[in-house]
Design a protein around this ligand. Sequence first.
Ligand SMILES: [Zn+2]
Length: 151
Amino acid sequence: MNIKKYNSKVITKKSKSEGFGIFTDKNFKKDELVFVFSGKIVNWQKANYQSLQIGKNKFINPYKNNPGVYLNHSCNPNCFVKYPNKITSIKNIKKGEEITIDYSTTVGTKKWKMECLCKSKNCRKIVEPYLEISDKLKNKYKNHTSEYLLQ
Ligand SMILES: [Zn+2]
């Protein structure tokens, strides 16, 4: 099996549902830095499915050796993006769990849509950009949304 170790904290390997994913290599407490999503800053023309959006027309394309390449979405995530690019735990996470964020807390591109197969109880099936999610969900994520979306 292809397992890549980045540091003492996370590894990437094949995930059950969605190709590769990032997994913890230790326990994390709530509000702890898990890893930094580092890469090249690009505009929308150069953005791709691995990019993290950090502004209206500003994205980070992760470096090939950054775990961000494999950051999957979940409708019941255990991490969020502490703006602009610190992947941080929302709750306590056990060693071996997959790291996920809710893409709706970072995506500001209108009409963007993604089918979701995360299998959470609260799975929305279709993931939409921040501006198109319900007020209830916006409220749930009020402390976990990328700041550029709140301006
Ligand atoms: Zn889902």
